[in-house]
Design a protein around this ligand. Structure first.
Ligand SMILES: [Zn+2]
Length: 295
């Protein structure tokens, strides 16, 4: 658990981790958030951006404000609106008057069975950034990079001055992202991975959870490979006659803590929906079959 030790710093303390970048870790550790949500502060001058302010926890908000000090918050930015990322926008805006800028708001009509974090219904951005739009302050620029998949409203933020990329929950070094339908979408997720892979200018990733990623394109390529491997595994399961997710998961996730099987099942469903869209499988209620038995 060396990687864990590296980032298991005290909560509610601001740390400099890179030029222009400081980090404050929120006290919300869990199997889905690792040691907690990392809020990033960008900028060392008169104004800063706060990326993923995290849960509305007074201790965490106080630590962010202390780190901001006399600077002005130019923008409170969210990568997406899972409840471990955006709820602190409300108190932070109330306390500072800073605008909320970044991902679109999102509420789901159907809350159905889910394995990802719940959505924050109170998120109200002052400005939504489209792919490629930028905001800037003294010595820094943040460019929105639309990366749907983990959620439909997910954005990454690039900092071109240093080659840093804030990847939210899209790419993390410690774990694969949860992609849970209906909002999570594997087709979009894979396209968003490919999009990051093609960006050669990004030198380091700062995810919302877990350690920084220093060889980002290598990791992303591995992640694409991992998802393609899962996909082939699913096709083989169907071929072998295991046609429901409940039958596939215990075999595909042998050795994985059973508590994580429901989340794994959501991920298998996300793959199946992607395969269905590509006309490789079809669905009859809970059963899946191959479209045609080629080869
Ligand atoms: Zn998330």
């Amino acid at each position: 658990m060396d990687a864990l030790k590296d980032i298991d710093k005290p909560y509610a303390v601001s740390e400099r981790i890179a030029p222009l970048v400081r980090r404050v870790l929120a006290r919300n550790p869990s199997p889905f958030t690792y040691t907690g949500t990392q809020t990033y502060l960008v900028g060392d001058g008169a104004d800063v951006a706060v990326i993923d302010p995290g849960p509305a926890d007074p201790e965490h908000i106080e630590a962010i404000l202390e780190a901001v000090g006399k600077a002005r918050i130019a923008a409170i930015c969210c990568t997406h609106t899972h409840r471990d990322h955006s709820p602190a926008t409300v108190p932070l805006k109330a306390l500072t008057g800073a605008p909320i800028v970044g991902c679109a708001p999102l509420t789901l009509d159907d809350d159905g069975p889910r394995a990802d974090a719940a959505f924050d219904p109170d998120y109200r951005p002052d400005r939504v950034l489209a792919d490629g739009e930028t905001i800037s302050g003294e010595g820094w620029t943040l460019e929105a990079v639309a990366t749907p998949g983990h959620t439909s409203n997910h954005l990454c933020f690039a900092l071109p001055e240093t080659g840093a990329m804030f990847t939210g929950d899209h790419v993390m070094g410690w774990s694969t992202s949860v992609v849970s339908p209906p909002d999570g979408d594997m087709t979009a997720y894979l396209a968003s991975l490919q999009k990051l892979y093609e960006r050669e200018q990004d030198a380091i990733y700062f995810p919302a959870h877990g350690p920084a990623v220093e060889k980002p394109r290598q990791l992303v390529r591995g992640m694409i490979g991992h998802r393609r491997q899962r996909e082939r595994q699913i096709l083989r399961q169907i071929e072998a006659g295991r046609e429901t997710i409940a039958e596939m998961v215990p075999l595909m996730y042998k050795g994985v803590d059973e508590k994580l099987w429901p989340a794994a099942g959501r991920s298998v469903l996300a793959h199946l929906l992607d395969l269905e869209r590509r006309n490789l499988v079809k669905r009859h209620e809970e059963s899946w079959s191959l479209m045609d038995k080629l080869q």
